[in-house]
Design a protein around this ligand. Structure first.
Ligand code: F6R
Ligand code: MN
Length: 202
């Protein structure tokens, strides 16, 4: 179903289904799929990523189904975010992560399936990590970069809801990464400092 817009705004009420078990959205407008081949440098051990690629070929790390709601002040955008299970050199599969282009905008993630974490970090160094599991809502305040991390063995599915004009700013994460990463240690997820923080690219 096409969302009708007038002056860049949604003017017709609509509804859509999101399957809480597999994350599929009915009548989505955009489907983004991010594969390891293009995300290898985001992991703290890019060599392990290259080895993984050689052994397994390219694999899907996460995908997002979206409605094309205008990126305008006053609108609410929402999607379905699905992070696959897996690890690269002990680091769990995760989303790229981003700040919002309008940095003061917050976001709410409602988890419907799977198990994992939301890692949130401010430029100033403050950070927080919240668990994600079915029925759990995570509030990401403004000014926090955020990334979902799948520490389980099933897809981690959540529905992010955020202001229309929030936007995505991936640049500093691509360049510097997050200060923290989540890795498996003795069979359990553990938050540790990112050895490549500040030098993810180059
Ligand atoms: C929107 C938002 C989510 C993510 C999605 C994919 O502000 O936070 O919809 O965009 O979970 O993650 P990224 O954007 O980091 O690739
Ligand atoms: Mn966001």
């Amino acid at each position: 179903m096409v969302i009708k817009t007038e002056n860049g705004r949604v003017v017709s009420p609509f509804s859509c289904g999101i399957d809480t078990r597999n994350g599929k959205m009915d009548d989505y407008d955009t489907h983004v799929q991010r594969y390891l081949g293009k995300l290898a440098s985001m992991f703290s051990d890019p060599e392990a990523a290259e080895t993984y690629l050689k052994k397994n070929g390219d694999v899907l790390i996460y995908e997002v189904y979206e409605k094309d709601i205008p990126e305008a002040d006053g609108e609410i955008r929402f999607c379905s975010s699905i992070t696959c299970p897996g690890k690269i050199g002990g680091e769990y599969f995760m989303t790229k992560g981003h700040f919002h282009s309008r940095p003061d905008t917050a976001e709410l993630y409602y988890c419907t399936s799977g198990w994992g974490f939301m890692l949130m970090e401010k430029e100033s160094g403050e950070y927080a990590i919240e668990e994600m599991y079915p029925g759990r809502a995570v509030y990401v305040p403004g000014y926090y970069a955020h990334r979902s991390i799948n520490t389980g063995d099933q897809p981690l599915i959540s529905i992010p809801v955020y202001p229309g004009d929030a936007g995505h700013d991936y640049s500093s994460i691509e360049k510097s990464g997050f200060r923290h990463i989540v890795i498996e240690k003795n069979g359990k997820p553990q938050v540790v400092e990112n050895p490549r923080y500040g030098k993810m690219s180059g």
